[in-house]
Write a protein that binds this ligand. Structure first.
Ligand code: FAD
Ligand code: NAP
Length: 313
């Protein structure tokens, strides 16, 4: 049923940035509404061990996010299971339309929609998505017990996924377009020591091959970026881990963005090009993209929203 909700502060997104904004905004008595989106808990729900969240030597990503949600709720944030499909920042109160049919209006908004996995854009990648091609090892790794798989990429995500997948797969080939990884050194060490992982340097995926009936992956074709030579590799699974792009589609035409869609914020601030609109986390951050930095920006956004709203009263 169509419904209208007004709030002083609307928070869009339920990753570390959104939930932290919820904690701080609640304690500032702003009675925030937080809309969770399609991925309640955000990117950390797609991983296993998180080893760099201060205070926890090791914590499971999904558990951490359940705790953050409970924390925001306990402080007074109203958590709503909905997805914002349209956001109008042209006049105040700002208006957000939810997939549920609810229209949310608000005096200020914190955008914390984070980032989403990037794909290579190959036709055959699209064809086998969900049938051997995946961007989430934690979600799909279990299906590849005793099989050979490949991981594409050379960052933290690719290396963590390759390591995680060795729990199931008989062999993991890490395919990277250079011969240098951009992951943390501790992860690189673990990768190099793992006998189940074989790096394939200076190669790019050009095609996923497989069967149509039933739809399934049987191998890949890779190109040597130095020589152009194409070789085939047998595998049952392809995990694409080539980074993340900001989820800025709601605001791309309304706010200043840069570097492929990251929302621009003022120096030392989460304020965007529209007064009353604050952006936090991976949506604005092309540099650090960490849970702790996202949470820090969520805190800043809530405090800045509080000051903005107080200044208007
Ligand atoms: P996200 O976590 O991306 O959350 C975005 C939220 O916005 C989601 O809840 C989504 O549902 C919501 N949303 C999006 N669009 C809409 C919409 N239209 N309407 C409503 N809601 C919407 N960082 C670390 O510090 N340590 C790690 O060990 C670590 N491991 C990682 C492992 C993996 C596999 C990945 C992918 C990332 C990892 N990161 C890690 C990075 C970390 O997860 C991100 O930096 C962090 O989650 C960003 O937080 P965020 O709140 O900005 O957004
Ligand atoms: P990333 O750091 O941007 O790395 C992406 C990797 O994919 C790079 O190695 C890149 O190659 C490669 N790549 C990009 N486009 C490609 C293409 N078209 N074809 C082939 N290869 C391509 O992304 P990420 O690993 O997803 O990490 C994103 C953020 O989350 C980072 O800030 C990261 O620190 C954070 N994160 C942190 C942890 C942790 O703290 N443990 C874990 C996961 C993620 P080049 O190197 O050649 O550019």
């Amino acid at each position: 049923m169509a419904d209208n909700r007004h709030t002083k502060l609307l928070i869009i997104g339920s990753g570390p940035a959104g939930y932290t904004a919820g904690v701080y905004a609640s304690r500032a008595m702003l009675d925030p509404l937080l809309v969770q989106g399609i991925e309640p808990g955000g990117q950390l729900t797609t991983t296993t061990e998180v080893e760099n969240w201060p205070g926890d030597t090791e914590v499971q990503g999904p558990d951490l996010m359940v705790r953050m949600e409970a924390h925001a709720k306990a402080m007074g944030t109203e958590i709503i299971g909905d997805i914002i499909s349209d956001l109008d920042l042209s006049r105040r109160p700002f208006t957000a339309k939810g997939d549920s049919g609810t229209t949310y209006t608000c005096d200020a908004v914190v955008l914390a929609t984070g980032a989403r996995a990037k794909w290579l854009g190959l036709e055959t990648e699209e064809k086998f998505k969900g049938f051997g091609v995946s961007a989430c090892a934690t979600c799909d790794g279990f299906f590849y017990r005793g099989q050979e798989i490949v991981v594409i990429g050379g960052g933290n995500t690719a290396v963590e996924e390759a390591l995680f997948l060795t729990k199931f797969a008989s062999k993991v080939t890490l395919i990277h377009r250079r011969d240098e990884l951009r992951c943390e050194k501790i992860l690189e060490d673990r990768l190099m020591k793992n006998e189940k992982i074989e790096p394939l340097w200076f190669h790019e995926l050009v095609e996923v091959t497989g069967t149509d009936m039933p739809l399934g992956v049987e191998g890949i074709k890779v190109k040597n970026v130095k020589t152009g030579e194409i070789t085939e590799l047998a595998c049952k699974g392809v995990f694409v881990a080539i980074g993340h792009a900001p989820a800025s589609e709601l605001v791309i035409d309304q706010l200043e963005t840069h570097m492929g869609g990251y929302v621009v914020t003022k120096p030392d601030s989460t304020a965007t090009s529209i007064p009353g609109v604050f952006a936090a986390g991976d949506l604005t951050d092309h540099l650090y993209r960490q849970a702790v930095t996202s949470a820090g920006m969520g805190c800043m956004a809530a405090l800045e929203a509080e000051r903005f709203l107080a200044g208007e009263e």
